[in-house]
Design a protein around this ligand. Sequence first.
Ligand code: SAM
Length: 250
Amino acid sequence: MSDAHSEQTHFGFKTVDKDQKASMVAEVFHSVAAKYDIMNDMMSMGIHRLWKRFTIDSGARAGHKVLDLAGGTGDLTAKFSRLVGPTGQVVLADINQSMLEVGRDKLRNLGVVGNVEFVQANAEELPFADNTFDIITIAFGLRNVTDKDKALASMYRVLKPGGRLLVLEFSKPTQDWLSKVYDLYSFKVLPQMGKLIANDAESYQYLAESIRMHPDQDTLKSMMEAVGFEQTTYHNLTGGIVALHKGFKF
Ligand code: SAM
């Protein structure tokens, strides 16, 4: 007898069939792609730039091969491209064509092209050979993936021995008062902002819900260890609203 529950997952607070989630997530990002960058700046009051800066500062060097997974509009790719230089390479991979197109146009306008490749790919089944990348980043992407364990295992496979994974993601605030303020902001202010700026309250309601459903710091750390990552650590940013997880493949 099959277990019906094993075929279900979360889309924000909704329970949906596993095979429905990817297309529902795709709809969200097709819908927000054009306004994605301005919404990020408005919603986080620019702080997402500091979280990304902190991620970038975690070890890329000239000549490195970097995978910016779920790279969307390419904020991390642009920075990595400069750091790895002409002898390195950055692959911006994302499942969503609309996000990739916005990313490609933006990077072209910024003059970032030479060492960047764009690939449409699902994090769960990365189309790269084993042991390819020195660094993999996934920023604000993992919580949208249907099978996170499968995606983490796929990242582990394509990372070189000695390479590192950096997961930048919303997480769990460490203080009760901050959780309360943050809840109010997420569920009252964000959807209204989404409505006003992007004419899309629903996508920003999903954003708030998907953040609450995402594994907390220690759970994600254990998930990384379960697929083989070693020396796993995390660093809370902005009181744990966001955390940067790090893990190595040896
Ligand atoms: N990394 C970028 C940033 O920090 O601004 C974009 C983050 S955006 C919130 C999430 C991205 O994850 C979207 O571009 C979406 O298309 C992508 N995504 C969702 N599910 C994915 C999957 N299964 N595989 C690859 N990318 C995925």
